[in-house]
Each structure stands twice: as C-alpha cells, then as structure tokens.
Write a protein that binds this ligand. Structure first.
Ligand code: CP
Length: 300
C-alpha cells in the first residue's frame, strides 16, 4: 500500500488485514515504534474525531506529528497545496493526512510523487472518507465476526455523504449480504456503489442488523435540496419508534458529529444499541493500522 486514498483501491485481503491489525492493536496494546518518522496533518475542513484520532494513532506509534495551522500558513500568501506538501516533504516529512473540500485533490497529490510522499485521505469532499469506513468495518467485525450474513441500512443524507460512499464500497468488497440505502428523494445518491435505494424507512430498516445513521449536512445542501427539518424528522429521523422496524438487537452507528433531535434522537444515540462512542475509540486503532501498513509496505 503506497497511499491510503479510497476503499475501492483496496482488495478484500488488504481491508481484512487492516481490520485485523487494528483489532490486534486494540487488544494487545503492544505497538511498534517509529520515532524517526514524521506525519503532517493538513485539515482544510473542520474535524474533531478524525484529526485527533489520527494524531493519537501517530503518537501511539511514536511518530512525530506536525499539525499545520492553515489559518497562519503560507497558503495565505498564495502557496498551493501541492507546494505546501512539497515544502514539508523537503523537511523529510513523508506522511500527509489531508482533509479537503475537493473530491480529487488526494488523487492529484498522490499522482504527483512516485516516492517520498504518502497521502492519507482523511475526507475528500462528498467523494470518499476511507478511514471512517475502515473504523466502521472494524467496529462491525468486532461485534459480528463476519459480514456475509448481515443486513445493513444506511439512513439519511446519502447524496452529500462521503462516509456513505466509502462505506458502500466497503460493503461490496467485504460481501455484505444486504445493504439498504434509505433517503428522501432529494437526498438519494447520484452514484450507487452497492445496495439498493429506497425512501421507505419501514422496509429499509426491516430485519436490519446494523443501522448507519448519517448527519444532515446542512453546509453542503443546494437550495433545491433543502428539506423542511420537521418533515424530515417525522419520516426519516432515527427515533425510538423507527428503531422498532429493525431487529431488537440492532446496532446503531453514526460517523459523527451527530445532530441530536435532527437525524437521531438522544434516546437512540445514547441508548443500549448505540456503538457511536465505540466507533470513535476504534478510529484510533484503525488509523494506527493505516500508518503501520504504509510504513511497513514502504520498507518492503
Ligand atoms: N466522522 C468524522 O469525520 O468526524 P469529524 O468531522 O469530527 O472528523
């Protein structure tokens, strides 16, 4: 693995190995140390859990972390992102964790360097969020030990969700039995990687083992995509009443940040079926697996 760009660029074996490595880190608490290596974090969009968990993952592996403050960086003087990366690479920083509003910047940067720079996609526009998909898979596997017999439902704003996009690719590659993509018409995905689309929440959630609830991404909505939130809540929010459509033991997931009282109710987000905080914790171990795999692959 030279870069970590998209789930669709990985094989099933590579994904399974990342999951197993992340779980081994979680269980054994014995970590390799790479004190001579540096990681730069470039976050052009807001983040709490992804940025902090990549930083903690790096520190657990004794990597040195540089958090570039983009509000004071020389990009404000006209430097491009590519020149920023090149400048930091000249200081012997090989690993770049990048979140950007562009759907393609991670690919453009990864195509530019044949060696010396390894790009880790920490969220690309509405296109891909592969490390989130990986931590979600790790969390599911930790509980279910397999994917082939599962019905998973993704519920919410699928049109603007990079999480949903990467998660669909992951479910296809890992052979999830059934994937329901539940959304109102205006938030249904333009591209479907796996699963079937429905606006019928009762049918979509029926017999679900796992529900992945998505945030309403108000900041990405076009005027014609705006929905009345009360109408949305009534039909699509993950309330205790809607939860009854799924199996009693259904596991509730959400990539975060959550909007309480919008796409999910507190009773569900904080309830006995919720894995939301486990997802957050597992983000550290999944991201440790990404770093360790990149480092060991580049060393042959
Ligand atoms: N899930 C996720 O990407 O959260 P943050 O925006 O807080 O990083």
């Amino acid at each position: 693995m030279k870069h970590f760009l998209e789930i669709s660029a990985l094989t099933r074996v590579e994904i399974e190995n990342l999951i197993l490595k992340g779980l081994a880190f979680k269980q054994n608490k014995k970590f390799p140390a790479y004190p001579h290596l540096h990681v730069a974090q470039l976050f052009y969009e807001n983040s709490t859990r992804t940025r902090v968990s990549f930083e903690l993952a790096a520190k657990n592996l004794f990597l040195n972390v540089v958090n570039l403050d983009l509000s004071t960086s020389s990009e404000n003087k006209g430097e491009t992102v590519a020149d920023t990366v090149q400048t930091l690479a000249a200081m012997d920083i090989p690993y770049f964790v990048i979140r950007h509003q562009s759907n393609t910047l991670h690919l453009e940067l990864s195509n530019r360097w044949t060696n010396g720079v390894q790009i880790i996609n920490a969220g690309a526009g509405t296109y891909a969020h592969p490390s989130q998909a990986l931590l979600d898979a790790l969390t599911i596997f930790e509980h279910k030990k397999q994917f082939a017999d599962l019905k998973i439902a993704i519920l919410g704003d699928l049109r603007h969700s990079r999480v949903a996009s990467s998660f669909q690719c992951l479910c296809r590659i890992l052979g999830v039995k059934e994937l329901a993509l539940i959304a109102p018409l205006v938030w249904q995905p333009e591209v479907v990687h796996y699963g079937y689309v429905t606006n019928n929440i009762k049918e979509g959630l029926a017999h679900a083992d796992i529900i992945m609830c998505l945030r309403v991404q108000k900041e990405r909505l076009l005027p014609e995509e705006n929905l009345d939130i009360d109408t949305y809540r009534k039909e699509f929010a993950l309330t205790e009443a809607h939860l009854q459509y799924a199996k009693p033991e259904v596991m509730v997931m959400h990539p975060g940040p959550i909007n309480r009282g919008v796409e999910i109710d507190s009773e569900v987000a904080d309830g006995k079926n919720s894995l939301i905080l486990q997802q957050v914790k597992n983000g550290i171990y999944a991201r440790m697996a990404i770093f360790d795999t990149l480092i060991t692959s580049s060393r042959g």
